[in-house]
Design a protein around this ligand. Structure first.
Ligand code: FAD
Length: 430
């Protein structure tokens, strides 16, 4: 039986960043992925500005920049074809201009895997983990097979599950809970021929769902449509996708002269949260720790950050030779503490977007309240702490903005009525 210090399941952003962080500490690591890279992954391909500093710490920002990737300077939002808002990223708390990377996942993930390939980490592609191995109720390795179905057990002091939303731990230990909302699916395709300011990511909310459009090249955008699963029943997926995407007046303006350059891909997009594993020897990172609706698009950052947070806790576990559930629990505590408010915000926004009345009013209000919209975009971009928005002060300003806007619109309606009255009475006098 093979053995090593740490087994990492999954070579997505969570697994590769964990491998690269931990390799620097000198552990003997094996990273297993059932896929061979480059592999595809359906995603908005829009990466929070805060990810840059983690990429830099991992030593991969330079190779990302060498590809001359698209960098976006803000986010544009529209609600129900009525209101529109374009918000540039505010400066970072230390005064830096912020931009976000927008990059095809097949390229980004492959680049990260390439760095793992060049490191001392043992990378095994085409290896599917089929079960966890246990000793005294603690995880002590994995069981799996390669592409030729050759079975292998690998032992380790610690297993990091970075297997994403269908990771083996979630299934084997029954850890998934609280799926939010109705069943959602995401449909995605890259398009050519986009006519708009290509330095923004566009979120369009309308019936029957929302889209995220992120420019990923000079003439290429990634279009992701999220709808209820029921919308797809008896539909031709490609026809449905084009019909809904171009059915929105605002999207049509950007995309009508363009066309999808690939078959539409579909994936499950339901949010869920995850229970803490009760056993030792196991840590979860990335989507294996839970998944927020992609509307606020931060999954990649959360994956990188969860691995960064795990690194300190893992080093401590090795220093003490203590891989018990109790010792590893610090990681869960740190992660929940850091992400809790952001998750609350994402859930609130998720509820908001599905109410056309509220969503339209909020977008109209934010369009006139630059400070509130900038703060919100900074928090969504993960470089302004969520506490700045999930707090009483922000809520108070938000509410007063909505009230002012409502009064303003009543006044303008009143003004319009007065003007009509005047015109009617002057006509009568004639
Ligand atoms: C529709 C949609 C749009 C999104 N848009 C954005 C966005 O714009 N920006 C953003 O930041 N995030 C976005 N996300 C979220 C983002 O894609 C995820 O948060 C991110 O991919 C999580 O990374 P990960 O490494 O945890 O998992 P993954 O990227 O899913 O990687 C998991 C890896 O584990 C491997 N694996 C799984 N099980 C096994 C096994 N048993 N044995 C061996 N290998 C295994 C898989 O092959 C895979 O390579 C979006 C998600 C969806 C669904």
């Amino acid at each position: 039986m093979k053995s090593c210090d740490i087994i990492i399941i999954g070579g997505g952003p969570a697994g590769t960043s964990a491998a690269l962080f931990l390799e620097k500490k000198g552990y003997h690591i094996t990273l297993l992925d059932q896929a061979r890279f480059p592999r595809d992954k359906i995603c908005g391909e829009f990466i929070s500005p805060a990810a840059d500093s983690i990429f830099a710490e991992l030593g991969i920002l330079e190779s990302i920049e060498a590809l001359n990737p698209k960098r976006l300077s803000g986010v544009a939002l529209s609600a129900y074809e009525s209101s529109f808002l374009k918000v540039p990223y505010p400066l970072s708390p230390d005064g830096k201009t912020m931009t976000s990377l927008s990059m095809e996942r097949s390229i980004l993930d492959n680049l990260m895997v390439d760095h793992v390939r060049k490191s001392r980490v043992e990378l095994v592609e085409g290896f599917k983990v089929t079960d966890l191995l246990f000793e005294d109720n603690n995880v002590c390795g994995v069981r799996g097979h390669d592409e030729y179905k050759t079975r292998l057990n690998i032992k380790a002091k610690l297993v990091i599950d970075a297997g994403g939303r269908n990771s083996i731990s979630l299934r084997r230990l029954n850890l998934k809970k609280n799926s939010f909302g109705r069943g959602k699916v995401a449909l995605a395709a890259h398009w050519k021929g986009f006519k708009a300011d290509s330095h923004y990511c566009y979120m369009h909310v309308s019936h029957p769902g929302y889209t995220g459009i992120a420019p990923v090249g000079s003439d290429k955008v990634n279009v992701v449509l999220v709808v209820d699963k029921t919308n797809l029943v008896k539909q031709n997926v490609d026809e449905f996708f084009i019909k809904i995407v171009l059915g929105n007046r605002m999207r049509r303006k950007f995309l009508a002269d363009g066309f999808p350059i690939e078959k539409v891909r579909v994936t499950d997009s339901l949010s869920y949260s995850v229970k803490k594993p009760k056993c030792g020897g196991l840590l979860l990172v990335g989507d294996a720790t839970g998944f927020i609706d992609p509307f606020t698009g931060e999954g990649i950052y959360l994956s990188l950050r969860s691995s960064q947070l795990a690194t300190g806790v893992i080093k401590n576990a090795f220093d003490r030779s203590d891989f018990s559930n109790r010792n590893l629990a610090t990681y869960d505590f740190l992660r929940r503490k850091e992400f809790q408010k952001k998750i609350i915000l994402s859930k609130v926004l998720q509820r908001l977007i599905y109410s056309s009345f509220c969503c339209d009013r909020v977008i109209r209000m934010l369009a006139t309240q630059k400070e509130l919209s900038s703060l919100l975009i900074g928090v969504i971009g993960d470089y302004i702490p969520a506490e700045r928005v999930v707090c009483y002060d922000y809520f108070r300003c938000f509410l007063s903005g909505l009230i002012k806007q409502q009064i303003g619109s009543l006044k303008s309606k009143e003004g319009l009525l007065n003007r009509l009255n005047f015109l009617v009475s002057s006509e009568r006098k004639k």
